[in-house]
Design a binder for this molecule. Structure first.
Ligand code: GAR
Length: 212
C-alpha cells in the first residue's frame, strides 16, 4: 500500500479531487497548518487520518518545518502533495522530500509565481492561462514541470470566473499526476528533468482565440 500525505491550508478542493479519484492501493493522510481549514472537516468525514501542525505554535520557520516533517514522516509517505498549502517551506524541508514533493500552482509557470495569479494574468492581458503541477525545489513556485492545463481568458472575465475555470482543470491534472507517480511512471531525474513513461500524445497546437 502506497502512502500519500496531502498538505492543505484552507478549502481543500484539490485534496477532495484526489480523494474522489479513488487512487488504487493508496492510503491518504491530510495535514493542515490551519486548525480550522475547511478541507479538514471533509477529510475527517471521509474517515481519513488527519493532523494539524499549527505554524503559530512554533517560534521559527525551522521549528515549524521540523514539526511538520515529523507529522508527515510518521506515515512514511511515498509522496507529499501540497494542495493549497500556503506556507513557504524551508530549504532543508524541501531537500528532505526531494523527488517526492509536488505542488499545484494556479498559473502556467514560470509566469505568475506567488499570489493573486488570476489578477496577474488579467493585468498582463494574456489570452491563455492555466495551472501547473511541478516537483518542488527550494525556490518559490518553481521546479520541474510535470503537467499543465491551459484555459482561454475570455472577454469579461474577472478574477473569480477565471479562477473557477482554472480550478476545474486543477482537479483534473493533479489526480492524474499523483496517479502517474504512484504507478512508478513519473520520476524526477538527477539532472532536474522530469521523466514520464508512456505519456499520451497531445494535439500539436493550442491557439486562443481559436478561430480557424
Ligand atoms: C488552488 O488554486 C491552488 O492552485 C492554489 O491555492 C488554491 C487552493 O485551493 N495554490 C497556490 O496558490 C500555491 N502557490 P484548494 O484549497 O481548494 O485546493
Amino acid at each position: 500500500m502506497k502512502s500519500v500525505v496531502i498538505l492543505i491550508s484552507g478549502r481543500g478542493s484539490n485534496m477532495r479531487a484526489l480523494v474522489e479519484a479513488d487512487l488504487p492501493g493508496c492510503k491518504l493522510v491530510v495535514v493542515s497548518n490551519q486548525p480550522d481549514a475547511e478541507g479538514l472537516a471533509y477529510a475527517r468525514q471521509r474517515g481519513l487520518a488527519t493532523a494539524v501542525v499549527n505554524h503559530r505554535d512554533y517560534p521559527s520557520r525551522a521549528a515549524f518545518d521540523a514539526a511538520l516533517s515529523e507529522a508527515i514522516d510518521m506515515h512514511q509517505p511515498d509522496l507529499v502533495v501540497l494542495a493549497g498549502f500556503m506556507r513557504i517551506l524551508g530549504e532543508q524541508f524541501v531537500r528532505h522530500y526531494q523527488g517526492r514533493l509536488v505542488n499545484i500552482h494556479p498559473s502556467l509557470l514560470p509566469v505568475f509565481p506567488g499570489l493573486h495569479t488570476h489578477a496577474q494574468a488579467l493585468a498582463a492581458g494574456v489570452k491563455v492561462h492555466g495551472c501547473t503541477v511541478h516537483f518542488v525545489t527550494p525556490a518559490l513556485d518553481s521546479g520541474p514541470i510535470v503537467i499543465q492545463a491551459a484555459v482561454p481568458v475570455q472577454a469579461g472575465d474577472d478574477e473569480d470566473t477565471l479562477a473557477a475555470r482554472v480550478l476545474a482543470q486543477e482537479h483534473i491534472i493533479y489526480p492524474r499526476a499523483v496517479q502517474w507517480f504512484l504507478e512508478g511512471r513519473l520520476q524526477l531525474m538527477e539532472d532536474g528533468h522530469v521523466l514520464l513513461v508512456g505519456e499520451q500524445p497531445v494535439p500539436a497546437r493550442l491557439i486562443a482565440p481559436a478561430g480557424e
